[in-house]
Write a protein that binds this ligand. Structure first.
Ligand code: HEC
Ligand code: HEC
Length: 204
């Protein structure tokens, strides 16, 4: 696991050098005000272009935030907000969201695309995004139940090289056709469930 993530380590190091200084340290009760306007008070929101972040693994959330802060991941919105916060503030935000339940949102999907997407997922993605994309790992986010427009966008960022990715994921993403991406997006969009931080899953 560790060797395949040396790229992530490099980004973390870079971001720790670039870390900003905050005026007042962030406390957990400030997080919904700072981030909740877009991500929802508990990290689950109703705008399909904005990712739900509650219940994603802490290491992944920290990695993503430091990647934005160091401009390895580009999002003008997120990177601008993060210039106001220090690394310890980011840790408070990470802890806040990682300890909340993940909510997978059931969306309108085409059942035939879901079937194709499921096959592709198990062929190419499941060894890291495990249990059909419902289980997180240290650095691997949950994909199932994420907003479909965001997923389409995120996969496109990797496909076009706008987001760096671990080499083993790059070889799989490179195999996807446009139709394959769309099928995966429908597959991930077909799940409605809640996953508690202790791993307990309930479905609707
Ligand atoms: C103005 C709206 C807005 C605000 C405020 C905002 N975000 Fe975001 N956030 C977004 C959008 C849009 C994206 C997707 C960006 C992209 O294209 O990569 C995103 C992406 C993320 C991601 C990556 C999620 C994933 O699934 O990879 C994390 C983590 C995140 N934001 C955390 C935060 C935190 C913590 C705060 C508070 C400091 C915050 N955001 C404030 C809009 C916002
Ligand atoms: C070798 C392990 C590995 C494989 C295989 C893999 N991924 Fe990933 N994936 C990761 C890791 C690690 C991250 C988080 C860090 C990053 O962005 O590199 C990630 C992140 C993602 C994200 C970002 C989610 C978000 O919320 O922004 C998407 C989307 C994604 N992967 C889709 C896929 C798809 C689709 C496949 C199969 C075609 C796949 N991955 C195969 C390891 C993998």
């Amino acid at each position: 696991m560790n060797s395949r993530y040396c790229k992530l380590g490099a980004i973390l190091l870079l971001a720790s050098v670039a870390g900003a200084q905050a005026a007042d340290p962030v406390t957990p009760n400030m997080v919904p005000t700072i981030c909740g306007v877009c991500h929802g008070p508990d990290g689950v929101n109703d705008s399909p272009a904005i990712p739900n972040i509650a219940g994603q693994p802490a290491d992944y959330l920290r990695y993503a935030l430091l990647a934005y802060a160091s401009k390895e991941w580009r999002s003008v919105i997120v990177e601008t907000i993060l210039t106001h916060y220090s690394l310890s503030d980011i840790d408070v935000m990470v802890e806040f969201y990682a300890t909340r339940p993940y909510v997978g949102i059931k969306q309108e999907v085409d059942p035939s695309k879901v079937e194709v997407g499921k096959k592709i997922h198990y062929q190419l993605c499941d060894n890291c995004h495990m249990e059909g994309g419902l289980a997180p790992d240290e650095y691997e986010p949950i994909l199932a139940g994420q907003w479909m427009p965001y997923m389409r966008h995120a996969i496109e960022l990797y496909r076009t090289g706008q987001r760096p990715q671990v080499p083993m994921m790059a070889t799989k993403i490179a195999k996807l056709s446009d139709e394959g991406v769309e099928a995966l997006v429908h597959y991930y969009g077909s799940f409605a469930f809640k996953r508690e931080p202790d791993g307990k899953i309930t479905t609707e």
